[in-house]
Design a protein around this ligand. Structure first.
Ligand code: G
Ligand code: G
Ligand code: MN
Ligand code: NA
Length: 254
């Protein structure tokens, strides 16, 4: 109850922020992009997990406003990085099914990109699969409309929840993010290594880029390299960080 009430005021009270986790090219070790994560610093409960407040936002109809705020923040931060010379960097922003289901979502995204002078090719939206199961036809239509602008689309947390290989056939994603539950102990867990190596093959044969999430160990990294994964995200490189700390990592030439 109180969280709901407080969340309604979180934006105007300046309690929301965005952290960024680098996405690293597995062959060059360079940062090629970063995923934006919403953070809520509650005055009494401190950091509230996005798993908690994003679902509250969805329930009480605040997700559009919060999603737009995150996208806007991410565009401003990207603009700063571009000004510092990091002109190839991409930003990946999580979006909820509920945002995508709104007819004006595409136009709002266009407006924010224009307002901050960011080319759509530098933006990627990360979607989880629930939505595609509920309404494949609508999802396909909406996603194609974003892709026609040159915004990238990735399928997030792939392999968990209601995930199905069929969604890869139905929707023209640009990249596939393998859920971190498959990445953990990749090098020693037979089922995870079998799943991951074959998911990479399937994704590549469909022309998708593959991003591994939650990479924590050198063993996992080496396995992913051997199996030609394209990009990694994970604590082995960096957790999600405030923009200023991501700037430091970029300056270190990573
Ligand atoms: O780091 P972490 O605990 O922040 O993220 C937890 C979950 O919250 C992730 O699954 C992530 O996709 C989701 N999440 C984080 N930020 C956002 C956001 O801005 N919008 C949406 N829809 N989900 C987000
Ligand atoms: O959007 P998505 O569901 O993919 O969010 C990924 C979640 O995983 C976030 O909560 C992020 O903070 C978290 N995360 C990112 N890298 C790692 C990692 O290496 N290990 C673990 N355990 N969690 C991670
Ligand atoms: Mn994500
Ligand atoms: Na994920």
């Amino acid at each position: 109850q109180t969280l709901e009430r407080d969340l309604r005021h979180a934006i105007e009270r300046g309690e929301l922020s965005v952290h960024y986790q680098p996405q690293v090219n597995i062959n060059t070790g360079k940062i090629v992009g970063c995923e934006a994560f919403a953070r809520w610093s509650h005055p009494t409960y401190n950091m509230v997990s996005p798993d908690v407040f994003i679902s509250i936002a969805e329930e009480i109809g605040l997700i559009d406003e919060i999603g737009e705020w995150v996208l806007e923040r991410a565009c401003k931060d990207l603009k700063q990085w571009q000004a510092l010379g990091f002109t190839d960097l991409k930003i990946a922003v999580n979006i909820s099914a509920r945002q995508l289901s709104k007819a004006n979502f595409r136009q709002k995204a266009i407006n924010i990109l224009l307002a901050h002078d960011i080319l759509p090719k530098f933006l990627e939206f990360e979607l989880t699969e629930g939505y595609f199961i509920e309404n494949v036809f609508m999802a396909k239509h909406r996603i194609q409309a974003l892709k026609s602008l040159d915004i990238g689309i990735s399928i997030d947390d792939f392999g968990t929840g209601y995930s199905s290989l069929k969604s890869l056939e139905n929707i023209p994603f640009d990249s596939l993010k393998i859920d971190r539950s498959f990445i953990s102990n990749l090098d020693s867990n037979f089922s995870n290594s079998a799943m991951t190596s074959n998911l990479i093959k399937i994704a590549h044969s469909l022309g998708l880029k593959v991003v591994a999430e939650g990479v924590e160990t050198v063993g996992e990294l080496n396995f992913l390299k051997r199996h030609q994964c394209d990009e990694i995200q994970g604590f082995i490189f960096s957790p999600p960080l405030p923009a200023s700390e991501l700037t430091n990592l970029l300056r270190e030439g990573k």
